[in-house]
Design a protein around this ligand. Structure first.
Ligand code: C5P
Length: 235
């Protein structure tokens, strides 16, 4: 796959065959493959290997959004190292010790270590939801606070929505990874995403990587959709 391509295709399914067909059909057209909780709970590490074809060169984003005590999260990161994921996710609200423990566990992967990305405030939560769980800070402030904390605790970056990219790029500096879902090319259906940007808009706002699912995977010709996105990105 092209190293310079920032697009991680999100393959959200429980079926190995579906995921493998998509991953193989998109080889060389996307920067990597994201598999998440749904697939991993159903198919586990063996399913991941079946989809990636044992080719550890395919950049792989293992999106499990870990959240537990530091020792357990560190154990989860260590247990994933044999899959050589390029990226993994943890919840920043697990706190500084948890984030540092995850970063230390990842470092044990050496040159092939996973980059640990923090999830700040889930985009499904609004100010009212934060209030309900006892957090009076508005969402935007909480997102920036958690992103800065993630950086200070040794995380490599965060996952953030398109409308957070510019503020987080300014707050966290040029080298911090900003992995951005909620991406819709102009020709794609919006689906259930609320705050969207096109691939080019998100990159211009400061994204380093894009997570794109249905605009590729639900198209009749996923490879053609990936090519159109690459053309939009000038790749
Ligand atoms: O199909 P679509 O492009 O909407 O897929 C986006 C992917 O990114 C899904 O795997 C979804 O769970 C994930 N995601 C998201 N919004 C967030 C965080 C993650 O859509 N705020």
């Amino acid at each position: 796959m092209t190293a310079a391509n920032p697009v991680f295709v999100s393959i959200d399914t429980t079926a190995v065959d579906t995921a493998r067909t998509l991953a193989q059909g998109l080889a060389g057209l996307v920067g990597g493959v994201k598999l998440g909780l749904e697939f991993f709970v159903a198919q586990g590490p063996a399913g991941v290997r079946a989809v990636l074809g044992g080719d550890s060169e395919v950049p792989f984003f293992l999106d499990l959004k870990l959240h537990d005590i530091p020792n357990t999260v560190a154990g989860g990161v260590r247990a994933a190292l044999p899959l050589t994921p390029a990226f993994m996710t943890i919840h920043t609200s697990g706190g500084p010790a948890m984030m540092r423990a995850a970063a230390e566990a990842a470092a044990a992967g050496g040159a092939k270590r996973p980059r640990i990305l923090g999830v700040t405030v889930l985009t499904s939560l609004d100010d009212g939801d934060l209030g309900a769980v006892g957090q009076s800070t508005p969402v935007a402030g909480q997102v920036e606070r958690l992103a800065r904390l993630a950086r200070d605790c040794g995380l490599d970056g965060v996952v953030c929505s398109p409308n957070e990219v510019a503020a987080l790029r300014a707050a966290c500096g040029p080298d911090f990874i900003l992995m951005v879902p909620g991406i819709r090319p102009a020709w794609a259906a919006v689906n259930d995403q609320k705050r969207i940007m096109t691939p080019a808009q998100a990159m211009a706002a400061g994204a380093s990587h894009l997570v794109i699912g249905r605009p590729i995977t639900a198209e009749p010709d996923p490879a053609d959709a990936a090519r159109r996105i690459n053309a939009e990105l000038g790749l």
